[in-house]
Structures are given as structure tokens and as C-alpha cells.
Design a protein around this ligand. Structure first.
Ligand code: ADP
Length: 268
């Protein structure tokens, strides 16, 4: 009896989830997990029932971004239990499901071949007890390979759209365009692109400067019919919020960087 291979179980879970948002960057380190966490927290602040599924197998950070470092998985008759992040002013906790909860120690690397990853993606959706959700945000690993294909196949028939995350730099742009092409070829609707690490304010003179050269990311995205919907600056508070385990949109909603997430939250 293999619950992860149980198509019915996955279909039953998906039937309870209104809308799925797959967060893609193709490249690592551009802020995909940060954007996923803040999008989820922002939606929860707006009164929605939200889950975050951490599909980034080799870097499952959502547990830490929501303050659950070291938290362990619990099982129940209804399935694997998520950990619920209760944000200030949120009617419902953000339900976080991550592989990190199943690790003895999340500082150890995950060394898996594709067959295991395929199974895990099925477990992530089918075995976790997501309950009824308005939104499930899925933080994808870098790349357009195994995990993404498995997920897209599994979600066929659900209301799914993608959010791209990139940085202004040419290498990040090139990778995000590949993700954009993947979506277009698969017929996966793209909500838009968030450009992260777009500018930083000098703490001394308060002038804004650009750490990464702008490679014309807005134009390149629009050539694929993808709209840039947000510019998120580099900000110490954002990095700190993630490290402290509280998304900035909840921890410090009045900062410039927290407000930068508003157009993404409003768009989905
Ligand atoms: P990815 O999921 O794309 O690999 P992360 O969201 O984990 O990227 O971000 C990589 C690192 O950069 C994290 O430590 C995160 O806290 C930090 N970071 C991301 N975006 C910003 C930003 N705009 N300002 C400051 N730090 C950021």
C-alpha cells in the first residue's frame, strides 16, 4: 500500500485547494524562497487560507523562513501534519510543508536520484494534510527538470499559474527566460515576474544604487508576453526577517521592502 502512488489521494487533496501558484526562477539564489514566503504571508494577512509547499528538495528553507527550524514531522490519520505559522493579524495560519521536517538535521544534504524526487513531489501534495486552502504556494527548486515536470503532470486539471522570480543581472535574466519559455510551452499561465535585488539604499547617504547591472530584464520578459509586476530592493530587513523566521510582510509591513511585495499579492 503506497499512499504516494495513490492517485485518488492526490486528487482528493487537490480538490480542496482553489488555486496553486508555482514560484519559479530556474536559477538558484535569486530569492525564489523569499518571494514564496512573503507572497504566502501577504495572502494570509489578506484573510486567505494559505499553504506553502517547499519543493526545493536540496535547499528546503521554508521551514526556517517561517520559524520552524528543527521542527519535526507529525503524522495523523489525515496525513502528515504541516506546521502552522500564525502571523500578526492573520485569520488563518500559513500551513508549511517541508522535507526539512523529515530530516534528522536540516544541515545535512539530501542526496537523491530522480526516482526519489519524483516520489517526494507526490508525497508533498498527496501525503501532507493541506486541508482546505484558497492558495497553495509551491516553492520550486532551480531548474526546469524532474521536479517541475513531475509537478506539472500531477497538477494537470487544477487551477495553476506560475510566478517568475529573477534579478536584474544578465545571467539571472537568461535563466528566468528559460523558465518563462517552459511555462509558455506547457501552457502554464504566468502571473508575471518579480525582479528581486533591484537596487539597494545606501544606509549613510540614503541614495539608491544598483548592485547588479540591469540587463534589460523588463524588455526581455515582455518579448515572451510576461509582465514585470514588482521590483524588490535588496534590504537588510528582508534577509534578517528570513533568518529570524518571520516574513517581512508580517514582521515589518511598513518598510519599503515589505510594500514592494504588494503588487504580487494583489495580482494573484
Ligand atoms: P532562492 O530560493 O532563489 O535560492 P532565497 O530566497 O533563498 O533564494 O534567497 C537567497 C538568500 O538571499 C537568502 O539568504 C535570502 O535571505 C537573501 N535575500 C533574498 N532576497 C533578498 C533581498 N531582496 N534583500 C536581502 N536579502 C535577500
Amino acid at each position: 500500500d503506497k499512499p504516494h502512488h495513490n492517485k485518488v489521494l492526490i486528487e482528493n487533496r487537490l480538490a480542496e485547494i482553489d488555486q496553486i501558484i508555482v514560484v519559479l526562477a530556474n536559477k538558484g539564489g535569486v530569492g525564489k524562497s523569499t518571494v514564496s514566503a512573503n507572497l504566502a504571508a501577504g495572502l494570509a494577512k489578506d484573510g486567505f487560507r494559505v499553504g506553502v509547499a517547499d519543493a526545493d528538495i536540496h535547499g528546503p528553507n521554508q521551514s526556517r523562513f517561517f520559524g520552524f527550524a528543527g521542527a519535526k514531522i507529525r503524522n495523523s490519520k489525515a496525513g502528515l501534519q504541516t506546521h502552522g505559522f500564525v502571523g500578526d493579524g492573520c485569520a488563518y495560519p500559513v500551513q508549511v510543508g517541508s522535507l526539512a521536517f523529515m530530516q534528522e538535521d536540516d544541515t545535512n544534504p539530501i542526496v537523491w536520484r530522480d526516482a526519489y524526487k519524483h516520489d517526494f513531489i507526490h508525497h508533498l501534495i498527496g501525503s501532507f494534510d493541506w486541508g482546505s486552502l484558497d492558495f497553495l504556494v509551491i516553492d520550486m527548486p532551480p531548474g526546469t527538470g524532474n521536479e517541475l515536470i513531475t509537478l506539472c503532470d500531477m497538477l494537470e486539471g487544477s487551477d495553476v499559474s506560475a510566478l517568475l522570480v529573477t534579478s536584474p543581472q544578465a545571467v539571472a535574466q537568461m535563466d528566468s527566460l528559460k523558465a518563462g519559455r517552459f511555462c509558455n510551452e506547457r501552457g502554464l499561465p504566468v502571473i508575471g515576474a518579480a525582479v528581486n535585488m533591484a537596487g539597494v539604499q545606501c544606509p549613510h547617504c540614503k541614495e539608491e544604487f544598483h548592485l547588479f547591472p540591469d540587463a534589460g530584464v523588463t524588455e526581455a520578459l515582455s518579448s515572451l508576453g510576461i509582465e514585470k509586476i514588482a521590483d524588490i530592493p535588496l534590504a537588510a530587513e528582508l534577509a534578517l526577517g528570513s533568518d529570524m523566521g518571520e516574513p517581512i510582510v508580517v514582521a515589518q509591513p511598513d518598510t519599503v521592502v515589505a510594500r514592494a511585495f504588494a503588487p504580487i499579492i494583489a495580482r494573484v
